[in-house]
Design a protein around this ligand. Sequence first.
Ligand code: B12
Length: 198
Amino acid sequence: MLRRLPVVIAVLAAALLLVPAALAVRVHVRVEGKTRTIFGPAEPTLSVTANALDALEAASLAGEFYYHVTVTGFGPYVDQIGRYPAGASSGWVFKLNGVSPPVGADAVQLKAGDRVLWYWADFGPSGGPPTLELKRTARNCYRVLSQDDTGKTTTALGATLRAGGRSVHTRKGAACVGLHRGLVKATLAGAIRSNALA
Ligand code: B12
């Protein structure tokens, strides 16, 4: 038995190493900065330990971008992503599946297939900015939706589609862009730029 001890220890150690990997979830992650997309325009799937803060860590690792967490009375708070630190009524917020959770990112447990969006937001008297979501309706045709913090979705009237260096103004939040190279994304003044689609 004693001779088998090193083998038993090795098996146990391997099992312990496998536990965190088994608990990880595969989720979509995107990070929208103040002036440009920082990570994952097309919302790639990443392996994330457990929560929305871990999703930012996974994206930072994959995209090699800086972020900083400070511990406050409420718990961990992301006070900087990329170049810009939070200040006054602006800073970094996140959404899970289009909804802004009313708790810190470490308290939001993820399940497979979830979509986590971190973004820079300027808060005014009417709250934070809506986020845009791009959907493909047919070949080269797209619809742009606008989501508020509760996840309520409306058509993003006046949104612009950016396709291969061209700008196409949408009629009633939808348009066909014709043949294009690269990804298409949507913008609208006062809203967070959309995910990108082929
Ligand atoms: C201003 C504000 C913000 C600003 C902060 C800008 C800045 N300068 O850093 C912005 C818009 C960026 C923000 C973001 C978020 N906020 Co906020 N925020 C507030 C608010 C209205 C005032 C805070 C304040 O200035 N206090 C006065 C200063 C002197 O005290 P302070 O301790 O130094 O305040 C700092 C911390 O509160 C920190 N902070 C702000 N929000 C949050 C959220 C969490 C979870 C943590 C840990 C820290 C934190 O930023 C403040 C300024 O540095 C409070 C509501 C309130 N009345 O307290 C909500 C509040 C603290 N926020 C809240 C939430 C949920 C968030 C978000 C998680 C929302 C989201 N889904 O993304 C994010 C944080 C995500 C992240 N980055 O980690 C909740 C926290 C609830 C909870 N029990 O966890 C509160 C209580 C609002 C609410 N009732 O829902 N917030």
